[in-house]
Design a binder for this molecule. Structure first.
Ligand SMILES: Cc1cc2nc3c(=O)[nH]c(=O)nc-3n(C[C@H](O)[C@H](O)[C@H](O)COP(=O)(O)OP(=O)(O)OC[C@H]3O[C@@H](n4cnc5c(N)ncnc54)[C@H](O)[C@@H]3O)c2cc1C
Length: 299
């Protein structure tokens, strides 16, 4: 029986593991990989790069610590989480079964794709799912952004302050009647394509253009990047029957990363925390571990 099982080894899970191990908790991390979404990078044609501190640099250190402690992790997929009277059981794809007195769910969230030709090939090569992370790379560049939710419009507004031009492709009216929508309509650097479909992403090595269809016509817009802002799908299915989730399927946590069920904690993109970012997930993971530690002390 472990004290703590951590599901997922992205920034949240890795930070939680580092804290739990420091607290001398008998800890096991079960994850399909080590690093999670820090393995994603965005590059652009002609982008020189500069000295920046990235969240990934911090996470790499946690990752190396866990790689070294190979008894403390299993590369596997958790398929089921069962809550028993006094402990939790995790079943895995490899047919294994592990018990622990507490669990931290840090399984992240996957970006919703558009599933059009060119998308998969150009991910990270001008195509991004996170404008909060990458909008700043678009100084003096043109970008397209696909989506019409409040989140997509916030991303478009941020991008419009940086990029030379934003081509905002709206599959439907979405949140365009909001204050932000009205601001975007009036913005001199935003071109709107309302009720347009995104048909294809083109480019040899990097995004060079997007093909859209609307008003009965197909056209090609030259851009250096595309942001797909259709939202994130939380990897919370594992615990959906055990803990409270919100309308988007994100696990609801309190300020101590505790879920609605004692002994189950959650951290990072899988939760309803504000903004998906590496450093926020690191902080949430640390918090979840300390919170689980406090819970275990009281058992
Ligand atoms: C394309 C893209 C680029 C981004 N760029 C940046 C950036 O530049 N800067 C920034 O700050 N943020 C960036 N972000 C956001 C950032 O990556 C996330 O906020 C952060 O990685 C979330 O950490 P996490 O640990 O919650 O989840 P994740 O990083 O998603 O990690 C989840 C972990 O859980 C594992 N897992 C999932 N399901 C299971 C299961 N059933 N069983 C076992 N393991 C499982 C996965 O293998 C993975 O290890 C980007 C996001 C995307 C999508």
């Amino acid at each position: 029986m472990y004290d703590l099982i951590i599901l997922g080894a992205g920034p949240a899970g890795l930070a939680a593991a580092a804290y739990a191990i420091n607290k001398r908790l008998e800890t096991l991390v079960i994850s399909e990989d080590l690093g999670g979404k820090i393995n994603y990078h965005l590059t652009l044609a002609g982008f020189e790069g500069h000295e920046i501190i990235t969240g990934a640099d911090v996470v790499e250190k946690f990752k190396r610590q866990l790689e070294y402690l190979n008894f403390a992790h299993q590369i596997d997929r958790a398929t089921k989480l069962v809550a028993n009277n006094r402990h939790m059981t995790v079943l895995t794809q490899a047919g294994k079964k592990f018990d622990a007195r507490a669990v931290i769910i840090a399984t992240g969230a996957s970006p919703q794709r558009i599933e059009v030709p060119g998308e998969k090939r150009l991910i990270g090569r001008g195509l991004s799912y996170s404008s909060v992370s990458h909008a700043q790379l678009f100084i003096d560049r043109e970008a397209a952004l696909f989506g019409c939710s409040g989140r997509a419009l916030r991303s478009a507004a941020e991008l419009a302050e940086i990029a030379k031009r934003v081509h905002l492709i709206l599959p439907d009216r979405g949140e365009m009647d909001s204050v932000l929508g009205q601001k975007l309509r009036a913005h001199p650097r935003v071109t709107l394509y309302e009720n347009y479909e995104l048909r294809e992403v083109r480019g040899e090595d990097y995004v060079e253009s997007v093909v859209v269809r609307g008003k009965g016509e197909t056209s090609e817009i030259p851009v250096q990047g595309l942001f797909v802002e259709l939202g994130l799908i939380p990897n919370s299915q594992l615990a959906a029957d055990l803990v409270l989730t919100n309308a988007a399927g994100k696990i609801v946590v309190d300020s101590k990363c505790a879920t609605s069920r004692p002994g189950i904690f959650a951290a990072g993109d899988v939760t309803d925390v504000f903004v998906e970012q590496v450093l926020i997930s690191v902080g949430e993971g640390a918090k979840a571990a300390l919170s689980a530690y406090e819970y275990l002390l009281n058992q």
